[in-house]
Design a protein around this ligand. Structure first.
Ligand code: FE2
Length: 242
């Protein structure tokens, strides 16, 4: 059910989750944010949110649609584009990844949906990493050590295990170009555009603060959806390409 939230000057609609975005085809549309630009302060400031969403994500989207227009790939879902990213050229790989990754990113953020060790993903995190603090350290390290621009991921492997990785640019674990494959359930944008206004060069401070605004209800839903997704089989049968 869609519900309008009205804040000064802006109307946001509660959005569907990443699974709905992933099934869409050309022409792709900017997913609506489920909260206002200032909702994640002080961790992410409103100006960064506005530029990130309305300029950066919007640009990936526009460039993706331009790259697909008039091609046979207009009928591909976003998931299918990711699975074949290595074959479709840099414009689709970079902008398709940019669209997928940011759609996931907006959905997994909230200031009041803390980690729940009794949830399905909570149990899996503790079984896999020992504790939420241990996972945070591993994710932080993955983001901090990604040279240049990219993403850190918590994802579900084809063997239905949780794992952490990082990818360059706008790649993600679904892509055939990724060495570590799976379905991402939590993504951390470590491009400077995600944090530079507030944190400047202090990526570590951004990562530390960021991990306190994860919407673990959504990550739990992403986890359960991933375990039951036919995409896991496709990822495991699709070979890695350089
Ligand atoms: Fe970004």
């Amino acid at each position: 059910m869609m519900k309008k939230i009205i804040i000064p000057g802006v109307i946001f609609l509660l959005a569907g989750l990443i699974s709905a975005v992933s099934a869409q085809t050309y022409p792709f549309e900017l997913p609506k944010l489920a909260y206002g630009y200032n909702s994640l302060e002080p961790v992410i400031d409103a100006r960064t949110m506005e530029i990130h969403y309305s300029k950066h994500h919007a640009a990936y989207l526009k460039n993706l649609n331009n790259a697909l227009k008039g091609t046979k790939y207009e009928g591909y879902s976003l998931n299918e584009l990711m699975l074949h990213a290595g074959e479709l050229g840099d414009a689709v790989r970079n902008n398709g990844g940019g669209h997928y990754n940011h759609a996931l990113f907006w959905n997994i953020l909230s200031i009041d949906k803390p980690f729940n060790p009794q949830s399905e993903v909570g149990k899996a995190v503790i079984e896999t990493f020992g504790s939420i603090d241990s996972l945070k350290k591993i994710l932080s390290n993955a983001g901090a050590t990604r040279f240049g621009s990219g993403w850190a991921w918590l994802y579900v492997t084809p063997g239905k295990k949780l794992a952490v990785s990082s990818t360059p640019n706008q790649d993600n674990p679904i892509m055939d170009v990724s060495k570590e494959r799976g379905i991402p359930i939590l993504g951390i944008d470590v491009w400077e555009h995600a944090y530079y206004l507030k944190y400047q060069n202090r990526r570590g401070d951004y990562l530390s603060a960021f991990l306190d605004i994860i919407n673990w209800e959504v990550v739990n839903k992403n986890y359960v959806d991933a375990l039951n997704s036919p995409l896991l089989i496709k990822v495991s049968h699709s070979s890695h390409r350089e």
